[in-house]
Design a protein around this ligand. Structure first.
Ligand code: 5GP
Ligand code: MN
Length: 340
């Protein structure tokens, strides 16, 4: 048995909402990662087995290396199917908001979700949940939203309704949000859950391979280029920075997800505990931050880049040029020396 993390009252409330309706929409943050996809599809499979009509709508495309996930073929991408999605939001009776804390993280899909009359249920593990949802299942101490989905289904008494497809999706989110169980993964209950998922038939080695060992040659070369030519080290601040311009990304035929994991790599260098990656997009600079130990990546992101996240994994954005954004970061490093 695993402990009862989610409050009993919340379980009842969620159950009651699900029982009342048929048309359920599941949404996740922009640039969906493994946990966003895993929690959304895990919940989708569960809702299918209890004969609801769930639809997953993601704001922007998800990486190819999640396309093997069962049910991913049914996922709608808002930016590619705005009209159809708006109609679904219009008819929705219940919206699950997964793996993000504030509606801003939906970017261009934010208004469609906020304008919908459907009640909203937030299920998430980021700090500082917003108050846009009627029910908030927010547990930042839990390593992944996918783990929360598993806990929720079990607590609703439906462990038996978790089929293999559902289990595979949940496992994927648990795996990716912990870097393959290399960080944020010391809670023993994670492994109790995993053993249950394996009993259901999950092939964890195969999932690892499908997610982490399916690079394109272009992606591998982009990684090599970034580390060789673009990684700057600031030894006195135990920090590293990688920047990539839009032109550089184009040179390597950049596709969604191609830079995933890149920000973690400098942390493998002895003495580096803070790593930042800046990627130039059409309208902004997207920033990813990672740290080790008690160095607060989320604080740096909130202070400098209008962002947030977890202590060791955060993100943000900048509307200045890449050069200016880099300078802002470099000028600020001294301010965080006390955290080293
Ligand atoms: P990533 O670097 O993988 O995009 O994001 C790392 C973590 O930071 C994730 O937990 C993500 O939810 C959070 N995050 C990423 N981008 C943003 C952002 O723009 N704002 C906030 N508040 N959090 C972000
Ligand atoms: Mn997550």
């Amino acid at each position: 048995m695993i402990s009862k993390i989610i409050a009993e009252e919340l379980i009842h409330k969620v159950q009651k909402e699900i029982d009342k309706v048929d048309k359920i929409v599941i949404v996740v943050h922009v640039g969906p990662d493994g946990d966003a996809m895993g929690s959304a599809l895990g919940l989708w499979h569960y809702l299918m087995t209890i004969e609801k009509e769930p639809v997953v709508i993601v704001p922007t495309a998800f990486p190819d290396f999640y396309k093997w996930m069962p049910g991913s073929e049914c996922v709608m991408v808002y930016e590619d199917a705005k009209e159809a999605s708006d109609e679904i939001f219009g008819n929705a009776e219940l919206i699950f908001a997964l793996d993000f804390n504030v509606p801003k993280r939906l970017e261009k899909m934010e208004q469609a979700v906020l304008n919908s009359k459907a009640p909203k249920i937030l299920i998430d593990h980021h700090l500082h949940p917003g108050d846009f949802a009627q029910i908030a299942v927010s547990y930042p101490e839990i390593a992944s939203t996918s783990e929360l989905i598993f806990r929720l289904i079990c607590r609703m008494g439906d462990f038996a309704k978790i089929n293999l497809a559902c289990a595979e999706c949940i496992y994927t989110g648990m795996m990716t949000d912990t870097g393959g169980f290399t960080y944020n993964s010391n809670k023993f209950e994670i492994y109790i859950i995993i053993s249950e998922l394996i009993k259901l038939g999950v092939d964890k080695d195969d999932i690892y391979s499908k997610v982490f060992n399916t690079y394109s040659a272009d992606r591998m070369r982009l990684m090599g280029y970034s580390l060789y030519k673009k990684m700057k080290i600031y030894p006195e601040y135990k920090a590293a920075l990688i920047t990539l311009t839009a032109d550089e990304l184009k040179e390597f035929n950049y596709k969604n997800g191609d830079s995933e994991g890149l920000v973690n790599m400098p942390l493998s260098i002895d003495g580096i505990i803070f790593s930042v990656f800046m990627r130039e997009e059409t309208d902004k600079i997207k920033i990813s931050l990672r740290s080790q130990g008690t160095f607060p990546a989320n604080k740096v992101s909130a202070d400098l880049f209008n962002g947030g996240g977890h202590l060791n994994a955060a993100g943000g954005e900048s509307y200045n040029s890449l050069k200016e954004t880099q300078k802002k970061f470099e000028d600020a490093l001294e301010d965080y020396k006390d955290f080293l």
